[in-house]
Unconditional design. Structure first.
Length: 133
């Protein structure tokens, strides 16, 4: 970021949504959770985001790439919007990818998964959440 610019993480934007809205379970929420419905509603309707092109496309691109890379750590506080000193807004570059590609696995864990097709399928096809094991 340049001098005078400020990062607004998505979670800080989301909790300012007024009026509070209902989550996918029908409960009133203040926006602190990671409910997909809340995220999309915020992206599509929050006044702070209205003037920024492609926010929803950016979100889904991050979502897909995180799934492909096995990044279990994408949350509302590690993506956002940069506001420059003139008040112009833009999408922040993607950051906080340090937990992807099973970076916490040692060689023994990798060999264990790669040598067992059932485990391999579970880890690769089973979803990002299983990459935490």
């Amino acid at each position: 970021m340049e001098e005078g610019e400020r990062l607004y993480e998505f979670d800080k934007i989301k909790v300012t949504f007024e009026p509070h809205f209902l989550d996918s379970s029908g409960n009133e929420t203040n926006g602190v959770g990671a409910d997909l419905y809340e995220i999309l509603m915020t992206i599509q309707s929050h006044p702070f985001l209205k003037s920024i092109p492609d926010v929803e496309e950016h979100f889904w691109n991050m979502f897909v790439v995180d799934a492909l890379l096995g990044n279990p750590d994408r949350n509302n506080s590690n993506w956002g919007i940069i506001l420059d000193k003139d008040g112009n807004k833009r999408l922040a570059p993607v950051y906080d990818n340090g937990n992807c590609l099973n970076c916490k696995w040692d060689e023994e864990k990798m060999l264990e998964v790669l040598s067992d097709e059932k485990k391999w399928r579970q880890k690769v096809i089973g979803g990002v959440g299983v990459f935490l094991n």
